[in-house]
Design a protein around this ligand. Structure first.
Ligand SMILES: [Zn+2]
Ligand SMILES: [Zn+2]
Length: 303
């Protein structure tokens, strides 16, 4: 057994240090417990694993006790890309894959949003979207994205063998469709969540691109609008149908077009940091001009 070189974590250490150690210990404990279930162990191995397990439990106990005494804030990562407050959120109980996130431990809510941006669950912290840093992936995710960009996990969450080349999913980075080797391991793949985070950041920061206010793909009428320019064109097109003098067939059709236009206007407003009304006021003359022009052409054709 190799000696740990890390600084000693005590019940008085900072919440982030204690939780980081507890996560490491939990992994170690899970591995040892799995080893101990094997029936092919020699007595010597068995005794060694049991000793190691004992040591893990001995180290965990005072640290867990420290948490129960000090009760700092704790946040849990659920692999749909959000951080949830301990004990507070309904989505926590529906998920089997929970991860304590030591980097969030002991932070105030505002500090948390600075660090994790849009990853913070808005059910757990309803005021989060009002904070400017909610529109960013946070300093923490930015640091993560700087790291290589490859996911190191090789254990698939599922494997699909219906096709000649089997593929699987990754619980670590949420990638799907990753090639699986003949030994059932995931091949090296791009870290999906980091790639998604980079895409979101681009949709917010790149002046030519567009996404929702939080950087998600802007899906309108079942297709994605990717650029600012096409968003404006599409807004005008939808409003040509939604306008009372426009081409909409009936009230229902006009209302639907109005909803699509509204979605786009909200995205444009977030992009320019102005109100939806300002966006609409800026683009509406184009709609009216198009309708007038079409009417003139129609009248000319009738002469
Ligand atoms: Zn939540
Ligand atoms: Zn992965």
């Amino acid at each position: 057994m190799t000696e740990d070189k890390r600084p000693v974590v005590t019940p008085d250490s900072a919440p982030q240090e204690i939780d980081k150690r507890l996560v490491e210990l939990a992994w170690k404990r899970a591995h040892l417990q799995a080893f101990l279930e094997s029936d092919r162990l020699s007595d010597e191995q068995l005794a060694d694993y049991e000793r190691q397990l004992e040591a893990v439990l001995d180290e965990e106990a005072p640290l867990e006790a420290a948490y129960n005494r000090r009760r700092w804030s704790r946040w849990w990562w659920v692999p749909n890309g959000h951080l949830h407050r301990e004990g507070k959120c309904s989505t926590l109980y529906q998920s089997t894959e929970l991860r304590l996130t030591p980097a969030a431990s002991g932070l105030s809510d505002e500090e948390l949003v600075d660090k994790f941006g849009w990853y913070v669950c808005t059910t757990c912290y309803p005021d989060a979207p009002a904070l400017p840093s909610f529109r960013t992936p946070g300093t923490y995710a930015a640091e993560q994205a700087d790291a290589e960009g490859w996911c190191l996990n090789t254990v698939p969450s599922y494997v699909d063998r219906r096709y000649r080349s089997p593929y699987g999913g990754c619980n670590d980075c949420d990638a799907t469709g990753v090639a699986v080797t003949s030994l059932g391991k995931l091949r090296k793949h791009k870290h999906q969540r980091r790639a998604d985070a980079a895409d979101r950041e681009a949709r917010i920061k790149d002046p030519k691109l567009i996404g929702t206010a939080t950087g998600e793909p802007l899906m309108v009428d079942r297709s994605e609008i990717k650029t600012r320019r096409t968003a404006e064109i599409d807004w005008v097109r939808h409003m040509e149908y939604a306008h009372p003098d426009g081409w909409g067939r009936d009230d229902e059709g006009r209302a639907e077009e109005r909803r699509f236009a509204r979605q786009i206007a909200e995205a444009l407003a977030a992009k320019d940091q102005v109100t939806v009304e300002e966006i609409e006021a800026e683009l509406m003359p184009k709609v009216e001009a198009k309708i007038r022009k079409a009417k003139r052409e129609f009248e000319r054709s009738q002469r």
